[in-house]
Design a protein around this ligand. Structure first.
Ligand code: DGT
Ligand code: CA
Ligand code: CA
Ligand code: ZN
Length: 578
């Protein structure tokens, strides 16, 4: 790779920045900036000049020393002097350059006067309104910095799976229309159904003369082409997500799919087994010496290393390989196992569709029952119901049930867990319901101990059935509240309560790790969409993906059961005769 003029200019500017932060001689700093400009604006290639043996010190602002440095950069692509400087200046300090509008001068002031050396320090000083007190900084600067933090957060974020689904779906449809295309498959974390994805990895196979790579980089959503080759290309889409595309031969398709599905740690563990058996495994196949033993399908790749097919959602090296060897992989839940939804809202509170509309939509999903769980009175912003209003709503549900065919509406409530661990509605009304979802909607900042105690205390109520969205997190927006989730799950096991897996792709709460933990303790899980509209019911599939990542089988799930079975479970918990 030839060194471009811009590379040299970049290095000189960076040196100037670092010298500036260090408080170095201003003339020296100026010299580097001038040299950067000279080289940057040259109309001839600096590399070629060096190759021809031109005298660089004839250029404006370039002396003997800088000419030597340029020759070194052209020869090696880097400069030891810059590397030295980088080790002297705290590395985080150079992170501060990511905040646009913050130059070396300002960074130096922040460092000297407020002891800021990391982005986190800067954030803290912003929160404490310390920055505006500095000379040359003001409220306006603070505001700009806040905007910059938001921009950085956005650009650093992984994509929610539901957004990735939308983007990937359209791209796949487009690629499938390529002439001569055969297979199009999304691998990576997307195929493993992780709650967020870093980038998309797409695998294709095609016949002769299919112009797949051209078609890919021509896609109208492409913002930037990072690389374009015959078998692999990378682009950044307008949504800022990177997509890697690889074309492979049919005979390698399974091996490539396995390799690019990952996870990396799963791949490494599988490769270790191969090596132990004197096999080589890579994205082209499984080999003994030069001989290809497998590669067409993932199944035969696994077979060659003595394993059954492992579902992508399990491939995180969390024990799936050991269990596969013992023939003890779980029979993962599928969406066909689901018989109903146990957490939904209607226009009676903050939902958008009426009871009947929701019921008919649930029927179209093939469900046997739909749990109606409006908010309770404490959640005023959502128009939560008090006991009298809830009773009326229950009557309305009874009346509708008489009219409906093939779907049963269950009378439930999403009742607030109050600060002291009591439930927002009295036992006299709760006992009349079919079941409850109990949720934390307030006091998110309690200490870990207090929050844990609060939730466990709520479970002492005999009408407590399901802990709603257990951690309270909103992916990429709000972290979970502080709580000892293992202790909560243990309490659920002791007290026979269920945990919700909220299938809303903004929540996916519980996460995969805790789901697996809950399953190991025999705690039942309710996979619920928390739908506030007819469309919201479609989110069940995200819950299924997350459940599979948590090793969940149909047996572990409440809403794979018939209403008769479910009613028994609920009644047993309430202490009612069954
Ligand atoms: P992401 O994109 O951060 O959500 O996660 P992944 O798992 O999609 O990771 P990515 O896109 O970096 O790579 C896709 C797959 O390629 C990854 O899951 C496994 C495979 N892979 C990537 N790098 C390596 C590697 O160094 N060794 C092995 N064995 N596999 C790798
Ligand atoms: Ca990826
Ligand atoms: Ca990738
Ligand atoms: Zn809720």
């Amino acid at each position: 790779m030839p060194v471009h003029n811009a590379d040299v200019a970049f290095i000189f500017n960076r040196i100037a920045d670092l010298l500036d932060i260090r408080g170095d001689n201003p003339f020296r700093i100026r010299a580097y900036r001038n040299a950067a400009r000279t080289v940057g604006e040259l109309s001839t290639s600096i590399s070629e000049m060096v190759d021809k043996g031109d005298d660089l010190s004839k250029l404006a602002g370039i002396g003997k020393d800088l000419a030597d440095k340029i020759e070194k950069i052209v020869a090696t692509g880097s400069l030891p002097f810059l590397e030295e400087l980088e080790t002297e200046v705290p590395p985080d300090l150079s992170e501060l350059f990511k905040i646009r509008g913050l130059g070396p001068r300002k960074i130096a002031i922040l460092h000297e006067q407020l002891d800021i050396s990391t982005l986190m320090d800067l954030q803290r000083s912003l929160d404490n309104k310390k920055i505006r007190q500095l000379n040359g900084f003001g409220k306006k600067t603070e505001q700009n910095m806040r905007e910059e933090f938001k921009r950085l957060a956005r650009s650093r974020q992984r994509l929610k799976l539901s957004i990735a689904d939308e983007i990937a779906g359209q791209l796949v449809d487009y690629l499938k229309k390529t002439k001569g295309i055969k297979k199009v498959k999304i691998a990576g974390s997307y195929r493993r159904r992780r709650e967020t994805v870093g980038d998309l990895d797409i695998l294709v196979t095609h016949g002769k003369d299919a112009q797949v790579m051209e078609r890919f980089t021509d896609y109208e959503d492409v913002k930037k082409i990072i690389a374009q080759g015959e078998t692999r290309s990378s682009v950044v889409l307008k949504s800022d997500v990177q997509v890697d595309l690889r074309a492979v031969d049919e005979e390698s398709y399974g091996a490539a799919l396995h390799y690019f599905t990952g996870s990396k740690t799963h791949n490494i563990a599988v490769r270790k087994i191969a090596v132990r058996n004197n096999l080589k495994i890579n994205e082209y196949g499984v080999f003994k010496g030069e001989k290809r033993l497998a590669g067409h399908t993932e199944k035969e790749v696994y077979e060659q290393v003595g394993l059954p097919f492992i579902p992508p959602e399990l491939r995180e090296n969390r024990g799936e390989i050991e269990d596969a060897q013992k023939g003890e992989l779980p029979f993962l839940l599928t969406i066909k196992d689901i018989r109903g939804d146990l957490h939904t809202h209607t226009s009676k509170t903050d939902g958008h569709a009426g009871l009947e509309e929701m019921a008919r939509a649930a029927s179209r999903h093939g469900y046997d029952y739909l749990g109606i769980t409006e908010h309770s009175r404490h959640l005023k912003v959502a128009g939560g119901l008090d006991a009298a209003e809830l009773r009326k709503h229950m009557d309305a549900i009874d009346r509708l049930n008489e009219k409906l065919d093939g779907i049963l509406l269950l009378k439930g409530i999403e009742v607030d867990i109050l600060k002291d661990g009591s439930l927002d509605l009295g036992d006299d009304i709760l006992r009349e319901l079919d079941f409850t979802v109990c949720s934390v909607h307030s006091e998110f900042s309690l200490s870990r101990t207090k929050q844990t105690e609060r939730i466990i205390r709520a479970m002492d109520n005999r009408y407590f059935q399901i802990l709603g969205h257990p951690s309270g997190r909103l992916i990429n927006e709000r972290p979970p509240y502080e709580v000892d989730m293992e202790k909560v799950i243990q309490a659920a096991a002791e007290k026979n309560c269920a945990m919700e897996l909220n299938a809303n792709p903004d929540r996916l709460d519980l996460n995969d790790i805790y789901l697996k933990f809950a399953r190991e303790l025999g705690v039942k899980v309710a996979i619920s969409t928390d739908a506030h509209s007819v469309e919201g019911l479609n989110n069940m599939r995200y819950g299924i993906g997350q459940a599979r990542r948590g090793w969940i089988e149909a047996e572990d799930v409440l809403n794979t059961r018939t209403w008769k079975e479910l009613k028994e479970i609920f009644n047993r918990r309430k202490g009612f005769p069954v």
